[in-house]
Every structure is written in C-alpha cells, then in structure tokens.
Design a protein around this ligand. Structure first.
Ligand SMILES: NC(=O)c1ccc[n+]([C@@H]2O[C@H](COP(=O)([O-])OP(=O)(O)OC[C@H]3O[C@@H](n4cnc5c(N)ncnc54)[C@H](OP(=O)(O)O)[C@@H]3O)[C@@H](O)[C@H]2O)c1
Length: 320
C-alpha cells in the first residue's frame, strides 16, 4: 500500500512535490499517525533546497493528527488519541512518530493550532530557557514577526520579561504588542538600552548589532539565520565583560516540552498566529510566502488529499 506525501524534488518550485510513497512501517516504540495538518517551516524549505532531506524523501517536521496504530512495545498513546508531533517526514497522509516525539492534544485545542507548535514553539521555549529567562529581564526577539518570534514574544512576556520585538516593517509587527511585546521596533536602530537576552532568528548584520546591545552576563541565542547574510564583527567587539553567543538546535526528546506548549495553548496563555492556511497541494505557494516574508506567524497545511477534509473540530482558525 502507498500513501500520498510531499517529497523533495530539486527540479520543481520550492523543491517539493506530491508523490505516492510506501506506507510507513512503525518501529516498536513508534505510533502510526494519520496526519490531518502540518506546518511548514523555514527549516523544511532549507532541508529540501540543500539536500539535507534527500530527493525522493518525504519532507516535513510538524504534524498533528490521530493515532491509527499504537506503539507495539505498549508505550505511548492509544489508537484514536489526538496528538501533535515533531517527526521527520511529517508531510504525508500517514507517518511514524517515536513516542518521545509527541504529546496528546486535548479536545479544547484544535489540531490546526497544534500543528503550528512543534519546531517553532520548541525553539522559542528552549532557547528562552537556555538563555536563563526570568521575570523582569529585557528580552530582544529579532524576526519577531515569524513563527519562532511570535512564540518567543508570548512566552517571554508570560514569564514577566520586558519584551522588545524587532521586525522588518510596521505591517510585520501587527499583533505583537497584543501578544505581549512592550516595544515593537523596526530593525534595531531605536534600541536604546542593553538587553539581557537575545533570541535571534535573523543572523547577519542584525546579529552583530544585537550582540553590541547585549548586557554583561547576557545570552544571545542564535536560533536562525533568515537573512542569509554573513555576520562581520568589528574588531574587539567580542572583548569585554563576559556575555555569550550560543548556537541553538532543537534536539533530543520533545514529548515533555510539546506537552508544556499544548498546555499553555489550552490555558489561553499561548496563541498560534496563523498567517497562511491552505491545502498541502498549495505548498509551493506557502513556501514562497514564507520566504517572501509575507506570513505573519505560521503557515499550516491541511492534509486534504482527494477532497477529503478533516473533521470540522480540527479547524477553528480561519485563513487570513
Ligand atoms: N535552530 C533550530 O533548531 C531552529 C528551530 C526553528 C527555526 N529555526 C530557524 O529560525 C529562523 C526563524 O524561523 P521561523 O520559523 O520563525 O521563520 P519565519 O516564520 O520565516 O520568520 C523569520 C523572520 O525573519 C525575518 N527576516 C529578516 N530578514 C529576512 C530575510 N532576508 N528573508 C526572510 N525573512 C527575514 C522576517 O521578519 P521581517 O519580515 O519582519 O523582517 C521573518 O518573519 C529560521 O532561520 C529557521 O530556520 C531554527
């Protein structure tokens, strides 16, 4: 048997196209997930373009759906459980997920919202944690208009920090003040006081500028590099009272932190801003919008092959 999926193909737009692939076979500690919604990340596009996910392989990382086969070793959720997962090969009608890579989703949280959480939400949660987030710290989030950025702004504000959101234009900053940003800046030129934490999604010159505004003892977490530009540090800019620039990657087990994110959504403490929402058949359109800085927040794909729509309760967020 085969399933419909989105596979890497460097010869087509955004290097991803639909294809039939073999039905996934679960290992003993894996469930089979029927994917209802998946979110598209900058990293997925990079994976396809660079060959990190090889041609012909199924793309995708973020999935939300329903367990259709429980793990053979008896761990993890039962058949019928709604879950969110971070797993390789998420863009498929069915995929396998290790039980350490998923969390149950309560009925009060719709699966479209859940699908937006894994990669971006975990990056925001874990980079803030690694930076030593506490209340009253001054936290700068660059690329705050995007997926990681909007989660980081909310999570830092929720912890009682003074959050400064940096975006590319006024329109890109829409909703960030309501999300908890005390200041929304266009670029960093108007940042007038040092910050304790930087969550940097942009890299390049903006990383260098952010580093110059990092207070002694501060932590800059290099999460992403959407600018694609090199960072050139002026001589001696890394000399002085100790502060750190730390590389970041989502790795290890995700279940516990996914559960935290889902819980925050259920409590109304975390919103998923969805700036693009549509069929996975239009993945190239979503990719162009994401790379073109036209998506405020996340892009979510409906896995709706052959006109099949998932249950209405999956969807409470309207496309914008
Ligand atoms: N290390 C990890 O484990 C990890 C995990 C998740 C994400 N990431 C990386 O973190 C970065 C942010 O991810 P995301 O999901 O938040 O991406 P996103 O939704 O596309 O947001 C990225 C933001 O970067 C800003 N940006 C600045 N210069 C840009 C340019 N030249 N081209 C495109 N965007 C530009 C954009 O904001 P403005 O338009 O307002 O300037 C955009 O909103 C990406 O590089 C991603 O690959 C890494």
């Amino acid at each position: 048997m085969s399933v419909r999926a989105l596979v890497v193909d460097p010869s087509v737009s955004e290097s991803v196209r639909p294809a039939d692939v073999p039905d996934p076979v679960a290992g003993p500690d894996q469930v089979v997930l029927e994917v209802h919604h998946a979110s598209l990340n900058h990293g997925d596009l990079n994976d396809a373009r660079t060959g990190r996910v090889p041609p012909g392989a199924v793309l995708g990382s973020d999935a939300a759906g329903v367990v259709v086969q429980a793990a053979a070793d008896g761990t993890g959720p039962a058949v019928g459980t709604r879950v969110v997962a971070l797993t390789a090969g998420a863009f498929a009608e069915r995929t396998t997920v290790g039980v350490d890579g998923l969390a149950p989703v309560p009925e009060s949280v719709d699966l479209v919202t859940a699908a937006a959480l894994p990669v971006a939400g975990l990056a925001a949660l874990r980079s803030l944690r690694a930076a030593g987030l506490t209340s009253r710290k001054r936290v700068l989030v660059t690329g705050a208009s995007g997926g990681v950025g909007r989660f980081a702004v909310q999570l830092a504000a929720h912890a009682g920090a003074h959050v400064i959101a940096s975006v590319g234009s006024a329109g890109r900053g829409e909703g960030l003040a309501k999300a908890g940003a005390a200041e929304v800046l266009i670029g960093l030129a108007d940042l007038d006081r040092p910050v304790d934490i930087v969550i940097d999604n942009v890299g390049g010159p903006q990383l260098v500028e952010a580093w110059s505004m990092l207070a002694p003892g501060g932590s800059l977490q290099s999460v992403g590099w959407t600018s694609g530009q090199p960072a050139t540090f002026p001589p001696y800019s890394t000399i002085g009272p100790a502060k750190s620039l730390t590389s970041f990657v989502n790795e290890g087990e995700f279940a516990a932190d996914l559960a935290i994110l889902v819980q925050l959504v259920a409590e109304g403490a975390l919103r998923t801003e969805i700036g693009w929402h549509g069929s996975w058949e239009n993945v190239a359109e979503a990719g162009k919008a994401l790379r073109g800085r036209q998506v405020n927040g996340k892009a979510v794909l409906d896995i709706d092959t052959h006109g099949r729509r998932h249950a209405a309760e999956d969807v409470v967020v309207e496309p914008r």
